[in-house]
Design a protein around this ligand. Structure first.
Ligand code: ADP
Length: 271
């Protein structure tokens, strides 16, 4: 059967005996595939009607909302909610796309992380606005990362924007890109924010998992950001490390193995 999927495990017993355990996971695999297709289709189908609604709301705001304060507030709320729904649908669609092509992404390129970090810091300052966070960058200019630029941008942006969302006004946020002592490199975002109690840490990258549902929703979060980050890192043979203390702050670190980095000064560009 060409569709048969087995999960195989070798168990040692006795002095030099081996036991091969095989489990039929065909059905499980099919269900997982159906779930992915379903989510992808639903989010795709929701996109157009949402765009149409958003368009009409904007027109109404321009027409009646301007002169009639009684209409302005409900219209503003409608706009807020459609914006949230669109963010959710976009994140769901992006996550399904990542899941669909499994661990194979587009061909990697050399990514200038220091430049990317500066851009993200600027965007984070915009997002911070009046809350006036102090946002700094400390990146090794010699260290290149090999990966898919858009995906890495999306992963690092998620962490930087979360830091802004979950750090009170005037807090400090630091973006860094450094070599790992063991080889490879890490992009890290540290904040002096609300932090995360230890019991939540292991579940943060689950879809829709939130430490504080109300707080996250108010800030426009979809609950999908860290799930997206985890998928993107997997496609880059990387992993996420989180250190956090409630009320003190958090550090999210995206780490990559030595095979994914190189020195700019070497003049070699791996592909
Ligand atoms: P959301 O869209 O809700 O921010 P994420 O997947 O990006 O979803 O994050 C999951 C949850 O992890 C958030 O709801 C929040 O509770 C917590 N979290 C993420 N980043 C931080 C941070 N820098 N400080 C404190 N909590 C955070």
């Amino acid at each position: 059967d060409p569709n048969l999927m087995l999960s195989v495990r070798v168990v040692r017993y006795g002095r030099d005996q081996r036991l091969l355990l095989a489990r039929d996971v065909t059905r499980l695999h099919q269900l997982e595939q159906m779930r992915r297709d379903f989510v992808a289709n639903v989010s795709h189908e929701l996109r157009t009607p949402l765009t149409v609604l958003a368009g009409y709301i904007e027109t109404l705001q321009d027409d009646v909302g301007k002169d009639d304060p009684a209409q302005a507030r409900p219209l503003a709320l409608m706009e807020q909610q459609t914006t949230r729904m669109r963010a959710l649908v976009d994140d769901l669609l992006y996550l399904s796309r990542l899941e669909m092509d499994g661990d194979r992404g587009p061909a990697p390129e050399a990514v200038d992380v220091p430049e990317l970090a500066e851009t993200l810091a600027e965007e984070a300052r915009q997002l911070s606005g009046d809350r006036a966070h102090v946002i700094t960058v400390d990146a090794d200019p010699d260290l290149l990362l090999h990966g898919v630029p858009n995906e890495l941008r999306s992963a690092f942006a998620n962490l930087a924007f979360n830091a802004v969302q979950y750090t009170p006004a005037e807090g400090t946020i630091r973006l860094s890109w450094t070599r790992r002592p063991e080889g490879g490199g890490c992009f890290a975002v540290s904040d002096t924010g609300i932090g995360i109690p230890a019991r939540h840490l292991s579940r943060l990258t689950e879809r829709f998992y939130r430490v504080d549902v109300g707080r996250s929703r108010d800030k426009g979060g979809t609950g999908l950001g860290l799930a997206i980050v985890k998928h993107i890192l997997q496609r880059h043979e990387g992993w996420l490390e989180v250190e956090s203390e409630a009320e003190q702050g958090s550090t999210f670190r995206c780490c990559f193995p030595a095979t994914r980095v190189s020195s700019r000064s070497d003049g070699v560009t791996k592909t």
